[in-house]
Structures are given as C-alpha cells and as structure tokens.
Design a binder for this molecule. Structure first.
Ligand code: NAD
Length: 326
C-alpha cells in the first residue's frame, strides 16, 4: 500500500513507537492515539499524536467520522503479569472490555482491518517447544487470559461481521531503534534485558536471578528474544496481507532461538565490557523453563523474516538506547 492512513493505538509505547517510525519511513500518514499512561510523547517520531483514552466510544465515533483509515494497529494494554494477578479487574477492563468497545466502533463504522498485540502468555506452561499456533492455549494469569479473550472476540466478530484481523502473539520483545532514538522505557520495568543493563549502570539494584535449577543446559530459564524492529516489520506485512485479501488468524512472532538468562547476562557483559551485578534467588512461581516460538506460519503466510537474530546485536541496540536516554 502506498500513502495510506493508519491508526496506531498505544503508539507512544515501546513497540508501538517502533511501528509508527516504520510506517513513517514508508511514507504513510499515521494518527496515534495514546493516553500517555505508560508511553511518552517524545517516542512518537512522526505522525499526529492525539492524547486520549482509546476506549471512549464518543471519541472513537468522531475519529472514524473524520478519518478514513486503511487499517488499525492496537497496542494499548496493561502489561504487568504480577499486577494482573493482584488486580485482575484492571486487566479485564483495560485489555478486554476496552477492546470490545473498539471492536464495536470498528464494526459500526466499517473500519478495518485490525492488527492486535497478543502475547505468548496465551499458551501458559508449554507442553512442547518450539511452540506453534496449534499448541493449546492455557493462559495461567489474568494478563494472558485478558488477551486470549480478545483473540476469541476477534474471531467471533470476524465470523459475524466479516471484520478482518490478525492477532500477533509476541514472545519477548527486546532491542531498540538501531539509531538509539527510541527504545524500551517501562515503569515498572519487568523485562530482563533492561533490568540487566540498568543493573550495570547502577540505575537499579543488582539483577535478581530467579532459579538456577531448571531443566535447561545451564539451569536458568530460556526465552525467545525478538527485536522490536522485527516486530514492527511483521505488523506492516500482516496489515498488507489483510489488505490484499489475506485471511484473519493468529501468528507467533519470535526468533525461534532460545537464550538462557545466563547467556543474556554473559552477552550483556561482553557487549558493555562490564560485569552484571547480580544476586541469586529461588524460582518464581509461574515461570516456565523454556518459551521458544515456532514462527514458521508468519514467515510462510506473509513473508516475514526477522533481521536481528543475534543476541549480541539486540543487546547492543538496547545498550546504546540505555546510554542515550540517560
Ligand atoms: N513488551 C513485550 O515484551 C510484549 C510481549 C508480548 C506482548 N506485548 C504486548 O504488546 C503491546 C505493547 O507492549 P509495550 O511493551 O509496547 O507496552 P507499553 O506500555 O510500552 O505500550 C502501551 C501503550 O499503550 C498506551 N495505553 C495504555 N492504555 C491506554 C488507553 N486506555 N488509551 C490509550 N492509550 C493507552 C500506553 O500509554 C503506552 O504508550 C501490549 O499490548 C502488550 O501486551 C508486549
């Protein structure tokens, strides 16, 4: 598609801001709706930012009357798993109920297609790895269930109202803009790579390394780190695929490569030239030993090919951002 207009909800956040950048680089017009509850206006490198809650139906009605969108990307969400266990209502309201309001507005104004940020958390404790889309979904916390419910709503709206969608189940988003203009900036931060790098800079206390007795080669948990730029490119390919007549569905996004916590720590030491201050703690409840994606379906269906599979390069970009943002 050339010179299309897209809506990016949650586009001032970590992953959404990288998609906005990629859309602008492809000369599209972009409207960003973000309430800046977690995102930053400075992360929006182009387009028009509207600071507003996306679940406001009157606002959405006005937005869809004013603009003709070629598609909508929906990133806005509450994202902290441990908080979702303590306050599930917040997650079902912000992630599930709010998205229902959006789906109804899209239906009534005949706006589409929609690309939705789902998560590997929908799978729960894996029965096998790498995990493909046929793996049973068995989310083990309200965060994962709030996303799984959205996937179910998307499927129901697609069959009842022909609303096209793709739900992308990301594994662990990581890395930053290679030019270090934008990157990860969560508060609270729960993701391993920024926690490692901020332990090095002294911005945070030493890294707590949970569990050394998992059934993995070095005893620490294995995760699939996917570069945020590769996530952005997948969104554009998924949207193009839908706009070219492709079918709705769910797709995993990961490297297919697992790295252990120890490997992340060692690679971060090599990249930065610094030791990672760390303490050792017992396993945390609910952390599976191994989460690795099989993303063959996204590759075969819409031609996605991750560009950054090397962990050192992913950490290098995150480190450059860590230094640039301070
Ligand atoms: N970061 C990861 O590793 C990861 C992994 C799997 C899935 N995801 C999913 O990807 C999406 C983006 O994650 P992220 O890491 O960029 O999170 P983020 O918190 O950086 O971005 C979310 C953005 O949505 C905005 N937002 C939240 N509620 C809103 C509302 N009601 N109205 C308008 N804007 C609102 C926030 O201000 C923020 O800018 C989320 O849906 C998350 O569940 C992320």
């Amino acid at each position: 598609m050339k010179n299309a207009t897209f809506l990016v909800i949650g586009g001032a956040g970590y992953i959404g801001s990288h998609l906005v950048k990629a859309l602008i680089e492809q000369h599209h017009r972009v409207i960003i709706v973000d309430n800046l509850s977690a995102g930053k206006a400075t992360a929006v490198l182009g387009g028009e930012l509207i600071v507003h809650d996306f679940e406001d139906r009157a606002f959405l009605d006005q937005l869809f009357q004013q603009h003709q969108f070629s598609g909508v990307f929906h990133f806005a969400s509450q994202i902290v798993v441990s908080e979702s266990v303590k306050d599930p209502g917040k997650y079902y309201r912000a992630n599930t109920a709010a998205t229902l309001t959006l789906l109804e507005a899209l239906r009534d104004h005949q706006v589409g297609p929609l690309v939705f940020s789902s998560t590997a958390a929908v799978y729960g404790e894996p029965l096998y790895t790498p995990i493909n889309e046929q793996h049973p979904t068995n989310a083990v916390n309200p965060y994962g269930r709030s996303k799984l419910m959205v996937e179910q709503m998307l499927a129901d709206f697609a069959s009842a109202h022909q609303q096209k969608y793709i739900a992308l189940r990301y594994f662990n988003a990581a890395g930053a803009d290679p030019q270090a203009r934008i990157g990860e900036q969560h508060d609270p931060e729960t993701h391993l790579i920024p926690l490692v790098l901020q332990a090095i800079t002294g911005k945070r206390p030493p890294l707590q390394l949970f569990g050394q007795d998992y059934d993995t080669p070095d005893g620490t948990c294995i995760r699939d780190y996917i570069h945020v730029e590769d996530l952005a490119s997948a969104h554009i390919l998924a949207m193009n695929y839908l706009n070219n007549g492709g079918e709705s569905g769910v797709f995993n996004l990961g490297n297919g490569l697992g790295y252990s916590v120890n490997e992340v720590v060692q690679t971060a030491s090599k990249v930065t030239g610094e030791e990672v201050p760390r303490t050792y703690a017992p396993r945390r409840a609910g952390d599976p030993a191994r989460l690795v994606a099989d993303a063959t379906l996204a590759k075969n269906t819409f031609g996605w090919q991750p560009q950054y599979s090397d962990l050192a390069e992913i950490i290098q970009h995150a480190w450059a951002w860590e230094l640039a943002k301070n």
